[in-house]
Design a protein around this ligand. Structure first.
Ligand SMILES: Cc1cc2nc3c(=O)[nH]c(=O)nc-3n(C[C@H](O)[C@H](O)[C@H](O)COP(=O)(O)OP(=O)(O)OC[C@H]3O[C@@H](n4cnc5c(N)ncnc54)[C@H](O)[C@@H]3O)c2cc1C
Length: 434
């Protein structure tokens, strides 16, 4: 069915100069699902109908709250089992080439995939990082030997992977990273520190960005001299220290390198190509946000169901009704933003500035949604996990704290706004970004 929504007004437009600035933003949502897309959706839904209920029955649907706690051991085992089942059905890595166990899914099918998975509220995957970001990078940049060694292991959830980019002084300003990898014979010797590395304490492997040219920053060329490596986290000289987060979980880590020797054969791409490899990786992360909106829509439905049973009177309160309506509307708008980005991609255009807009919208929405949940459930809504009276076993109270991350990770809100101001609407008086 063709989906065409023109967001430009038909009324006479007096605000011509603003419209000129926002020219790229009035592009229509304009794409049609093909017969293959509809078959893809149908095949995936049928597979989930056949497999998901049995999986949940076997793996205890009641641990939904733990499942969202990525670092929990039980959660990891459940995620591993789920990813293996998906891989057997050919549904773990749909965007990968068929030769590596994927389905060569088109951008439209990727969106359908995330929407359907969100609608069914499927469990998380064991190697989400590996499937969405690292696997495609190895397929793109790796040697045949590297692909044979690591791709099947990522796909079939044999070993866990993490992504090691951030450092204490290199977050938004990632190119400022200073952990060095200096060539010494057949090895590189690594020294320095990473931080905020999700699930590094559970991982066997990580895709790390390291500085092979330590003079680059002083030369004013910080994007140069960065190289991507696949690092075995059990290498002597590597120490992982979990950090307790605001939700009380130990999900991310500091990772220290002290004269750790890693083989040159684990380098991904050439020396100095790390920035290009990383941008590809983060690009996958950003595209993934379109699917996250579908998860928010499913969360809103689940919250309203829960409110009906634990605090039904709240649904008659005008203030709450208005907040529900507002969040619902904003979710629909965020969805349309995703569709607009897809329309552009399908026409071979850059999905700009929809991507930073979608990131901002998603960050804001995920926090407003978690706040709404806690407010809807009354005093019980604030009870934390573990308490017998906690609503949905404390899942929403946890989300309330955890969602603080959405305005930080993957490019913080302030920096996204800078990018939009500078590059999308070219506000006067902006210092140009590098
Ligand atoms: C839950 C979670 C999981 C994570 N997992 C990983 C992971 O697996 N691997 C990994 O490598 N990293 C991970 N990160 C790190 C994440 O990528 C960084 O937190 C993010 O890039 C921001 O960097 P920072 O924390 O150093 O903040 P900074 O960049 O130091 O920013 C601090 C504050 O200053 C503001 N600021 C910075 N620069 C500007 C500017 N130019 N103009 C205006 N304001 C500015 C920011 O908006 C922010 O408010 C994770 C983070 C979180 C929260």
């Amino acid at each position: 069915m063709p989906l065409v929504i023109h967001s430009s007004s038909t009324k006479p437009d007096t605000n011509v100069s603003l419209r000129a600035h926002l020219g790229a933003m009035v592009a229509p949502v304009d794409f049609a699902y093909t017969k293959e897309d509809e078959e893809f959706r149908h095949e995936l839904s049928s597979w989930l109908d056949d497999n998901l209920p049995a999986f949940l029955a076997k793996h205890d649907a009641g641990i939904d709250d733990d499942d969202r706690q990525m670092a929990g051991e039980r959660s990891q085992e459940r995620r591993r089992a789920w990813q293996r089942l998906l891989a057997e059905g050919g549904w773990a890595a749909v965007h990968w080439p068929a030769e590596w166990g994927g389905r060569d899914a088109t951008p439209t099918q990727r969106l359908i995939y995330t929407e359907v998975m969100a609608h069914y509220r499927t469990p998380g995957m064991f190697n989400a990082n590996g499937i969405w970001q690292i696997g495609p990078m190895i397929i793109r940049w790796g040697s045949d030997e590297q692909k044979r060694r690591w791709i099947p292991s990522i796909l079939h959830a044999e070993e866990h992977w993490c992504q090691g980019f951030s450092e204490p002084d290199a977050g938004n300003d990632l190119a400022n990273l200073r952990t060095t990898a200096i060539r010494d014979g057949d090895d590189y010797v690594v020294n320095g520190q990473k931080i905020w590395i999700s699930t590094a304490h559970l991982a066997k492997w990580g895709l790390f960005l390291l500085r092979t040219d330590p003079t680059a920053i002083a030369r004013g060329a910080k994007h140069e001299g960065i190289t991507a490596f696949i690092v075995d986290l059990e290498t002597p000289g590597i120490e992982r220290r979990p950090i307790r987060d605001i939700a009380g979980e130990e999900m991310f880590n500091e990772v220290f390198f002290t004269d750790a020797r890693i083989p040159a054969t684990s380098r991904l791409g050439e020396e100095g190509q790390g920035w290009i490899v990383a941008m590809g990786t983060l690009g996958h992360e950003r595209v993934g946000i379109a699917g996250q909106v579908s998860i928010l829509a499913a969360d809103l439905d689940a919250m309203i169901q829960t409110a009906r049973s634990v605090n039904p009177a709240v649904l008659d309160e005008p203030e709450i009704r208005e907040r529900v309506a507002r969040v619902y509307t904003q979710i629909q708008l965020a969805k349309l933003l995703g569709y607009r980005a897809l329309s552009k991609v399908l026409k071979g255009e850059k999905n700009w500035p929809e991507v930073p807009f979608a990131k901002l919208q998603w960050s804001y929405l995920s926090q407003s949604l978690a706040e709404l949940a806690v407010d809807m459930f009354g005093p019980l809504g604030a009870l934390a996990r573990g308490g017998p009276d906690a609503v949905d076993r404390g899942r929403w109270a946890r989300l309330y704290s955890f969602q603080r991350y959405s305005t930080i990770a993957g490019g913080s809100t302030e920096v996204q706004k800078n990018i939009i101001a500078d590059r999308a609407i070219q506000l006067p008086g902006m210092a140009r970004l590098g």
